[in-house]
Design a protein around this ligand. Structure first.
Ligand SMILES: [Zn+2]
Length: 53
């Protein structure tokens, strides 16, 4: 038996039940622009942990 931890949408931080639902969620709830904006902002940070400290 495996337990998959809940998946959180990286864009709106909504908690999803299954990993597969994230794709559907991104397609249905977010525009390509929203997803693209998230990806760009994420790539902007080369070392996320450095920002926490
Ligand atoms: Zn979302």
């Amino acid at each position: 038996m495996t337990f998959d931890p809940p998946v959180t949408c990286p864009v709106c931080e909504e908690v999803l039940e299954l990993d597969r639902e994230l794709e559907d969620h991104l397609v249905e709830k977010h525009t390509q622009r929203e997803v693209a904006r998230y990806v760009v902002s994420r790539e902007d940070r080369t070392e996320p942990e450095a920002l926490v400290r």
